[in-house]
Design a protein around this ligand. Structure first.
Ligand SMILES: [Zn+2]
Length: 314
């Protein structure tokens, strides 16, 4: 009950929450007093927001990697192991997004959600959620896993939230396609540092140039490569180089200077949910940053409507 109150009343002060918890302990609060607490852990990528949204107040969802965090080098902390030990369900992206997730052992189900959605994927880009249709699949898999552990009384509401979530991602897919197809074909290209958006590129029909993957060794630019990269970018139709949410590296700046292609002032969030955002508003922001950077005119209002529909899921 304490957990349900904390979820339902996120803006209350700690003092009020403690007071309400006290009421619950005294048996004065009515509903759900008998339901036992369900703990779910979502490790990485956008799973945290997808799972929290689908679970709503029916389970406590703990996210190991915070918004804006980097999943690739994440190491499990002792406190994470405690959280994992009491979880009824553990979800992670899979495809080695967070190699540490492969080492989780638990008596609870540990599900690599992305690998269930794309069982035949043979590529090496783990950032699968950037394709909204794949995110729709993530929603379905998470929902089906939650359904196995939630009590009967929660099933109808879970189904309703799932349908709403699927509908938002289906809308995001259509909206995203419209944004990219309005660009002239020669401008349907995204230049970034590392391969992150290949799933989105396949969905929306643009090219992704991941400069540093092709031309560096261990992140260090080979001197002979600077000219090759610069030439590739100049002839690619790229108007800007998109930087990740962390600062543009020296290497990006060198490439920008050599090629004459500026670094976009707006960053992309490639690793999960941006701080203070949701999975959907992060996707809208990424798509608008890409499209506007390539001289398009993103329909921000349409994107905002989708983000609001997502936030309204209860
Ligand atoms: Zn990444």
């Amino acid at each position: 009950m304490r957990i349900i109150l904390a979820h339902a009343l996120p803006i209350l002060t700690t003092r009020v929450r403690i007071a309400l918890s006290g009421l619950a302990l005294l048996g004065l609060a009515q509903s759900a007093a008998s339901s036992s607490q369900l703990d779910v852990v979502a490790v990485d990528g956008t799973l945290c927001d997808l799972t929290s949204t689908l679970a709503a107040s029916a389970a406590q969802v703990t996210c190991l990697i915070p918004p804006g965090g980097n999943p690739h080098g994440y190491q499990l902390k002792p406190s994470d192991r405690q959280t994992l030990a009491k979880a009824s369900l553990i979800l992670h992206n899979g495809f080695d997004l967070t190699p540490a997730a492969n080492k989780i052992s638990s008596s609870a189900p540990v599900v690599a959600v992305g690998e269930k959605v794309l069982p035949n994927y043979q590529g090496n880009d783990p950032h699968v959620w950037h394709d909204p249709t794949t995110s729709e699949g993530l929603v379905r898999v998470i929902s089906s896993e939650l359904s196995k552990i939630l009590p009967d009384a929660e099933q109808a509401a879970l189904t309703q939230r799932t349908n709403q979530a699927v509908s938002v991602f289906s809308g995001l897919s259509q909206w995203g396609s419209a944004q990219f197809s309005a660009l002239p074909e020669s401008r349907r290209v995204i230049t970034t540092d590392h391969r992150t958006y290949s799933h989105m590129a396949d969905r929306f029909g643009f090219r992704e140039i991941a400069m540093l993957d092709a031309h560096t060794t261990g992140g260090v630019l080979r001197p002979s490569s600077l000219k090759a990269i610069s030439d590739e970018i100049k002839s690619s139709g790229s108007l800007v180089i998109f930087k990740p949410s962390w600062k543009a590296t020296k290497t990006l700046k060198r490439i920008s200077k050599r090629s004459g292609v500026p670094i976009s002032p707006n960053a992309l969030e490639g690793e999960g949910v941006a701080p203070g955002q949701t999975a959907v508003s992060t996707a809208v922001s990424n798509i608008c940053t890409m499209v506007n950077g390539q001289s398009g005119q993103c329909d921000q209002a349409g994107g905002d409507r989708l983000a609001n529909s997502w936030k309204a899921i209860r």
